[in-house]
Design a protein around this ligand. Sequence first.
Ligand code: AMP
Ligand code: MG
Length: 487
Amino acid sequence: MSNSGWNFDNSYARLPQAFFTDTNPAPVASPNLVILNGHLASALGLNPKALQGEEAVAVFAGNKIPEGAAPLAQAYAGHQFGYFTMLGDGRAVLLGEQITPEGKRYDIQLKGSGRTPFSRGGDGRAALGPMLREYIISEAMHALGIPTTRSLAVVTTGDAIYRETELPGAILTRVASSHIRVGTFQYAAGKGNVDELRILADYTIKRHYPEVTADTDNNKYLSFLKEVIKRQASLIAKWQLVGFIHGVMNTDNMTISGETIDYGPCAFMDTYDPATVFSSIDREGRYAYGNQPFIGGWNLARFAESLLPLLHENEEEAVKLAQEAISEYDGLYRQNWLAGMRAKLGLINEEAEDESLAEDLLSLMQKHRADYTNTFRALTLGQLEGAELFKAPGFSEWQKRWQERLGRQQEATAESQQLMRNSNPAVIPRNHRVEEALDAAVSQSDFSVMMKLLSALSNPYAYTPEQEEYCTIPAAANRPYRTYCGT
Ligand code: AMP
Ligand code: MG
């Protein structure tokens, strides 16, 4: 194990005791490594070969604490579907922060590692299917160029867990810039200890926004709030642009670093429809595709509220500052989205009508039930066949407008086409392909389907022949695709 390359520091463990509870992972029966992310391991300064050894696998299983680690469960709160709750890591422990050879700091967290003081009624465990699903989708998001937590390894535990049926238990090793959430700030604010809130804010600024300093800003906490708003506006625009539906945008599942976190009930949209919801518990569509930008703003407003005591000593003034900052969010989101849409349409310069050009395409896509990813892929390849959309009368008018718009830019056609290729993924983790991979892995211990899928998803903008088979849309199903939380 000594040559695994672990190089821990534990800055979070040096925060006030209120923010965490020292907790060791609960040992499991017989760990078995089922997937290891070699590239990520190397980037973290770890040794992929050594990580496959028995002692190293025992670390991923929580049976052995690596040298220098200081395992803990983090305390946090959160608005779940709009309702405030006290939470905390109920089935995860932070082993520590890996310092890479370049001096970067990443949280190493075991998810599914057993009960903690925050487990409430839960068993603290996770099943193999959902942990592999998180692995696939988080790595696909990374390859798409979207900030996200990463997946380093999945081990099976040898213990069964019980949901509706008996399932094989597993643990995911999750890597993140940090696991500090909007809910971490809500927790600190809720305790009413302003000194602790300030310590958390200073810690987070140092870790994620080092450019925000007291020297350059009169009000560094306001600058911090504004920077978090900027990162989330950018992140959520990126989700919208690839058709990603997070599914459970509770405030405890929104990071301060601006990384996507918590791949429970998430899924990618096939047919374009803003009302798309996959999560079985999201009955009112709070977290529907088209509602995500709004929910992002709602969550950031909760973050701003938690910072109020730091923004100004006078509460009224603090509220004013927070509201001003929050009011920027919609415009920032829209700017990010429009910039991304221009790129998807190959537009290099800017014209006032670009927004309606994009919106009109989306309306046509919705009307003719077009596949989101494949429509942009077809526009990129100039292969407008097959789909009903391309035969619709309104489409040829739209296409004419688009072609004229492209004709009004100085840049070469090749440059515009390259921009489209770099902005429109040829492949996304489509639900039926993900399910197929999980089924082979979980039911038949056949990981080859998943490995092949991961390979196709690893360079989504490559447009290789091998990727073509992953572009097929699912056959019409009797029942809509459903995803589940906390599995
Ligand atoms: P999530 O919906 O995954 O964001 O989880 C919400 C909260 O429930 C978090 O505090 C989790 O730690 C906790 N939780 C989810 N699943 C379990 C489980 N099996 N055992 C204990 N706590 C859990
Ligand atoms: Mg969560």
